[in-house]
Structure formats: C-alpha cells, structure tokens
Design a protein around this ligand. Structure first.
Ligand SMILES: Nc1ncnc2c1ncn2[C@@H]1O[C@H](COP(=O)(O)OP(=O)(O)OP(=O)(O)O)[C@@H](O)[C@H]1O
Ligand SMILES: [Mg+2]
Length: 279
C-alpha cells in the first residue's frame, strides 16, 4: 500500500529550468530540471561549488525571474507566474550583503516597524506608537547585539553583523511561509558569523519556520538543519535527510564533493574520447 503523505509540502519545485542569455555566447544553463519538496518546519541546507545554481534556485523561488520551464508552489499556491513583490508576502529573505534588505537612511525602529507592517493593508499607516516601540525594543534586545538603546540610530551606522541580525529579525517578524538565507554570514568575521548563525538557529526553531540556507561552510552544514542538498551544474546531485543527515560529518561532505568532482572528470574524459573516436 502506498504510504499516505499527511502533510502538504511548504515548497514544491517541479522540473525548474532556467537558462540565462539563451542563444548567445554567454548562455548559462543555471537550472537544469530542479525538483525539490520541502515539508513544513524543515530546515534545508544548500551546498555546492561556485556557479552550481544555489542562488539561482533561491531566486527562482523568490520570483527574481520566471523559470523557463517547470513550476513552483509555496504552501499549496501555484506561484510560478507571481511577480517577486507578490511572493514577498510569503517569503522572508536575508542576503550575503549586509547592505541589502534594510533602508540605510531610516532608523532601526523605522526599519523594523516597516517589516512588522508587512502584509497589512495599504494605508494602515505608519503606526510607530509606544506599544510597537516597546515590542521592537524587546525583540531587538533579544538579538543580544546591544542595539536596544540605539533604536533611533540610522541603520547605515551599524556593523555588518548588527545589520544581518536586524535583517533576520525583520525577515521573520511576520512569520514567513519560507525563509531564504543566501550565505548570510559569508561577509562577517568568524565570531560575528557564529553569533548570527546562533540567532538563525534560534529564530528558525522557535518560529518552526521552513527555511533554505545556502552556505559554503561544511561545519554549518553538519551542525544545522535537518536536510542537506548538494548542487552541481544546475542539478541537485545529493540529498541527505533524517538519520543519514544527522550522521554526516565534515569529512563525509568533503568526500561527497570529491566524488562529484571525480565523476565530472570521468564524464569529461569520456566525452573527449567519444569526440576523438567520432570526429
Ligand atoms: N542574472 C544572471 N545573468 C546571467 N547569468 C547568471 C545570472 N545569475 C546567475 N547566473 C549564472 O548562473 C550560474 C549559477 O549561478 P548561481 O548564482 O546560482 O551560483 P551559486 O551556486 O549561487 O554560486 P556561488 O557559490 O558563487 O554563489 C552561474 O554560471 C552564474 O554566472
Ligand atoms: Mg550564490
């Protein structure tokens, strides 16, 4: 008997394809039929070499462009043809660059208040009243970055780590259906990166969020999340879940990368041999 799946995936990507600059010398097949289902409350780590399609996958989900082929469902809704701003009501994002995601010429309090009003009907007003301000102060204090007494400082005056922590708070203030993190600690010094990673873990587990996190850190990959996928040339080539994911060590992941590289070399020499044979 077929097992009955009693949950609906929070994210379903079916056969997603994306080619940049098609039919030009700069053509890049960035996604070559990506399939991915992620259940509610799952925390997925996305690994892969430079240019393997990790950011393109997250951008396809967020609607930064339309996929050429395939479909994307979020929380049961077919969002394949939704624009990025329409999908924003379902998605929280934190990017690698600490300058993204916040308005530098607005204060901490104003930035967070705007995030808190996300999804409210337009014209609701900019209600930065005392209650809201106190709630902002309490949650900013929870970040442990010493920012609760600087609510009126411009975001532009903060360090990269402080900004990333705030962006994380803003991206999750209204619970998103999906949280997308694209190397959000890569630009930070190791100590600050650890702090932001700790916050990330806390925010995801307390909010029972469904999250996708791209990283190049094998240590983060083994420590965090409950599933790892590895991408290569626009495809998902490895998928570790459950007990298998929990058992994975850094060395195992490095071995997997080595395997993928070796397979690629084999493929290349095989196609060279074929060409030599048939030309
Ligand atoms: N907007 C774009 N226009 C043209 N090519 C693009 C665009 N975005 C991505 N690409 C190309 O698509 C491929 C996949 O890029 P992607 O950014 O998804 O890689 P990545 O896995 O995130 O790599 P990295 O670890 O370096 O961030 C690369 O060859 C990249 O140059
Ligand atoms: Mg990337």
């Amino acid at each position: 008997m077929k097992a009955i799946q009693n949950w609906q995936p929070m994210l379903k990507v079916r056969n997603a394809r994306k080619t940049f600059n098609p039919h030009t010398p700069n053509e890049v097949r960035a996604l070559q039929g990506v399939n991915l289902e992620l259940g509610p409350g799952k925390f997925l780590i996305v690994l892969g070499g430079n240019g393997s399609g990790k950011s393109t996958t997250l951008n396809a989900v967020a609607g930064s462009f339309f996929v050429d082929d395939g479909s994307i469902h979020i929380d049961g809704k077919d969002v394949t043809r939704w624009r990025e701003d329409q999908r924003a009501s379902l998605i929280g994002r934190v990017f690698q660059n600490p300058f993204s995601g916040t308005a530098p010429n607005m204060s901490i309090a104003e930035n967070v208040a705007l995030a808190a009003l996300r999804g409210q009907p337009r014209g609701f007003g900019f209600a930065l009243n005392r209650t809201m301000r106190e709630e902002i102060r309490a949650r900013v204090r929870g970040l442990n970055m010493g920012l609760e007494d600087r609510l009126d400082n411009m975001i532009g005056s903060l360090s990269g780590g402080q900004r990333q922590a705030l962006t994380l708070l803003m991206a999750t203030w209204v619970k998103p259906k999906l949280l997308l993190l694209d190397e959000h600690t890569a630009a930070l010094d190791p100590k600050t990166a650890d702090k932001v990673i700790h916050l990330t873990e806390q925010v995801i587990s307390q909010g029972k969020l469904t999250a996708l996190m791209v990283t190049h850190s094998m240590q983060q990959a083994v420590n965090l999340g409950d599933r790892i996928i590895m991408m290569h040339k626009g495809n998902i080539v490895r998928d570790f879940q459950g007990a298998e994911k929990r058992r994975l060590r850094v060395e195992d992941l490095l071995d997997q990368f080595e395997d993928i590289r070796r397979m690629e070399q084999l493929d290349e020499s095989a196609s060279e041999m074929l060409q030599e044979t048939y030309i």
